[in-house]
Design a binder for this molecule. Structure first.
Ligand SMILES: Cc1cc2nc3c(=O)[nH]c(=O)nc-3n(C[C@H](O)[C@H](O)[C@H](O)COP(=O)(O)OP(=O)(O)OC[C@H]3O[C@@H](n4cnc5c(N)ncnc54)[C@H](O)[C@@H]3O)c2cc1C
Length: 391
């Protein structure tokens, strides 16, 4: 069966970048959002560590420098500046929407630290920051009368006329397939990362870079396709499927990496790619499939309050992090490359935008600084919405 649908904007993907775009488009526009599986099956729900913010004006240079250094200075500096300058407004807006970031007794935001940050500047909610932000955004978008969300609908192609994008072709994933021709003035690709293509990944398996393949087919510019981030620490398990991430903020709070002799072999707070390389070297030296992560320097009340999800999941896997080290191994985690976009998230095709992990606005360079991706997704999703409104 085939059907034609007509909207002002179609947003492909319902993680933070898709949701935030919808939230910032005019209420007068009819908007359709689709997602491949259920609404909650997106990486945004999995983010543990938190979301960065420029602490104050004095932090501006340091935040830019930390992001550039982690990215091996291959970042587009203008994009980095935009992200850092916009960060406080984004956090304030999330607070206004009801996101419950951790606070100090005087009501100010509590910050945590992760690798390659020169100071604590990460806002967080326990170790489930992504779930807290995503569910809050979902709640607001679901209340918008001009937005329809369709789950289990998969984008298969773009609709193109005179070299301009005018919507998408999609298919329902039910047994009796419906093919949707979704006509829209503007199309936003918010399809997340590529982890589903890997055997070991922290990502949802449905994230297979579909938008990238479609963009390539139509000659839309892509960038840095080989810039894939491997996260140094996921829980080593024999079972197949998504690897459980052990957030970098546990190392920020004092967890240390050990070899089989119980010796430290790396500064745990170096950038992710450097720590990953050292872990692989140590694994090779010891002919082991993992190294160990010890939580012994983290007080038990901090484990319970800050890392309840990690504590519980490790217990379920048979490890009590209060008393023993856990085996960890690097896994595919994040894609720095993507569909090339300008600083308003516009692709090289008219009326086609890309936001979030599927896009490449150059913020991350060759390696993403921890907790910069939720922020980058929100900043540039908002800019896409503003640009669509202006055109
Ligand atoms: C375990 C884990 C921990 C993380 N921790 C942090 C952290 O602490 N801080 C931080 O900043 N970042 C973190 N990240 C990264 C961050 O979560 C993601 O980069 C970000 O959430 C991506 O958002 P998104 O909207 O681009 O994509 P997603 O949230 O992944 O959403 C993608 C959407 O696209 C849809 N989709 C995909 N293909 C199609 C298709 N063909 N048709 C229709 N729909 C499609 C999916 O169904 C989904 O709705 C973490 C990531 C993981 C995996």
């Amino acid at each position: 069966m085939e059907t034609h649908l007509y909207y002002d904007v179609v947003i492909v993907g319902a993680g933070v970048s898709g949701l935030y775009t919808a939230l910032h488009l005019s209420k007068k526009k009819n908007i359709l959002m689709i997602c491949k599986e259920s609404l909650n099956e997106c990486d945004s729900m999995l983010a543990q560590g938190g979301i960065c913010v420029m602490r104050d004006e004095d932090d501006y240079d340091d935040f830019v420098e930390d992001t550039m250094r982690a990215g091996h200075y291959e970042n587009r500096k203008d994009s980095v500046k935009i992200m850092v300058q916009s960060s406080r407004n984004i956090i304030n807006e999330l607070l206004d929407l009801g996101v419950d970031f951790e606070k100090n007794p005087d009501g100010s935001l509590k910050y945590t630290k992760e690798g390659a940050h020169s100071k604590p500047r990460i806002c967080y909610y326990k170790d489930i920051t992504g779930k807290e932000i995503t569910e809050t955004l979902q709640e607001h978008v679901k209340k918008m009368h001009n937005v329809i969300i369709m789950e289990h609908v998969i984008m298969k192609d773009l609709l193109i006329e005179n070299e301009k994008c005018c919507g998408i072709v999609a298919e329902s994933s039910e047994q009796e397939k419906i093919v949707y021709y979704i006509h829209a003035k503007d199309t936003v690709l918010a399809t997340g990362g590529i982890g589903g293509l890997y055997e070991h990944t922290t990502n949802y398996s449905c994230l297979t870079g579909d938008a990238l393949a479609i963009a390539k087919k139509h000659g839309i510019r892509l960038e840095n396709l080989d810039y894939v981030q491997i996260h140094p620490t996921t829980l080593y398990q024999e079972k197949k499927g998504r690897s459980f991430l052990i957030s970098e903020s546990v190392r920020g709070e004092g967890a240390v990496l050990l070899n089989s002799k119980g010796e430290r072999f790396v500064d745990e707070l170096l950038p992710r790619d450097v720590v990953t390389k050292r872990i692989y070297e140590e694994m090779e030296k010891e002919n082991s499939r993992w190294v160990w992560l010890s939580f012994k320097n983290i007080p038990s009340n901090v484990i319970i309050e800050h890392f309840p999800n990690i504590y519980r999941t490790c217990l379920e896997a048979g490890y009590d992090i209060m008393t023993e080290s856990i085996p960890v191994v690097p896994a595919q985690h994040y894609f720095m490359g993507g569909i090339y976009v300008d600083s308003d998230s516009k692709t090289t095709m008219e009326h086609l935008y890309a936001v979030g992990e599927t896009s490449c606005n150059g913020v991350h360079g060759r390696n993403r600084l921890a907790s910069n991706s939720l922020l980058e997704s929100l900043v540039f999703a908002r800019r896409a919405a503003d640009r669509i409104e202006k055109e």
